[in-house]
Design a protein around this ligand. Structure first.
Ligand SMILES: Nc1ncnc2c1ncn2[C@@H]1O[C@H](COP(=O)(O)OP(=O)(O)O)[C@@H](O)[C@H]1O
Ligand SMILES: [Mg+2]
Length: 243
């Protein structure tokens, strides 16, 4: 069953066509990855799914609801881990979660135990009263992951969840994402780490210059084209992911 469908999705920023007429379907319970180098249009495509901005043209439905018709209802059922760190630097770790819970009308008496439970999940309990500024990059990403789970989302959207993290922190995040997937949460992520895509994603969309070049499972792509996903990317786009 589809949880997201996009048909002819296009997004322009002024004269720039950032996403160019793409079609995709994301199934309930899968982990779907958008792969591609900087500027491919990954963040733009994701932001439209999480109703941060409307498409220029095309139709996008999440949970069967058109993103332009009832974004509020969609937002209440999804969690978002944005590419940039947007934690509140003036608040503690725990306060960041409690304040965020207010956006979802979670009662005060429920938000404290919820925040503590989420901190336990991402292994940050001992940091609950620490200021954001003293967290490492990996801890901040884990806290943002915890924050994205405040409304117990059916669909989790993760924009470069592990970019810039050391291997240990990256594995810690993968571990949590696998755990969420095992309990049935649908995951959509972007990454330019091919190893991450191979480890986590059931299917990937390979993007280049606003277009989807192909959509398939990582293993089928590697079987058909030979080599690892990095080699597949190079073969299909003529570009490396570092460009
Ligand atoms: N708010 C914006 N205004 C103008 N151009 C933008 C904006 N956001 C992204 N772009 C441009 O759109 C293209 C796609 O960007 P983006 O979706 O962020 O790609 P990715 O996430 O794959 O790096 C890039 O050329 C980028 O510079
Ligand atoms: Mg991006």
């Amino acid at each position: 069953m589809e949880i997201v469908t996009a048909k002819g999705l296009t997004k322009d920023y002024g004269p720039l066509r950032a996403v160019n007429n793409i079609d995709f379907e994301i199934l309930r319970g899968e982990c779907f990855g958008f792969l591609g180098p900087n500027g491919a249009g990954k963040t733009t495509a994701m932001s439209i799914i999480y109703c941060f901005m409307p498409p220029t043209s095309g139709k996008v439905k999440v949970f069967g609801i058109d993103v332009t018709e009832n974004p509020g209802l969609i937002k209440s059922r999804i969690g978002v881990m944005p590419q940039e760190d947007n934690l509140d630097p003036d608040l503690t770790v725990l306060e960041n979660l409690i304040v965020y819970a207010r956006y979802f009308d979670i009662l005060k008496k429920d938000s404290l135990p919820l925040a503590k439970e989420l901190l336990e999940f991402v292994e940050l309990s001992e940091k609950e009263n620490v200021n954001i500024k003293s967290l490492s990059g990996g801890m901040k990403r884990r806290l943002i992951l915890a924050r994205s789970l405040v409304n117990n989302p059916e669909l989790l959207i993760l924009d470069e969840p592990t970019t810039g993290l050391d291997p240990h922190s990256r594995h810690a995040v993968w571990d949590k994402l696998n755990h969420l997937k095992a309990k049935g949460t649908t995951l959509i992520l972007t990454t330019h780490y091919m190893e991450e895509a191979e480890k986590l994603c059931d299917r990937v969309a390979i993007m280049d210059s606003g277009r989807i070049v192909t959509i398939d499972t990582p293993s089928r792509l590697m079987n058909v084209h030979g080599g690892n996903l990095e080699a597949v990317y190079l073969k299909l786009t003529g570009r490396t992911l570092k460009e």
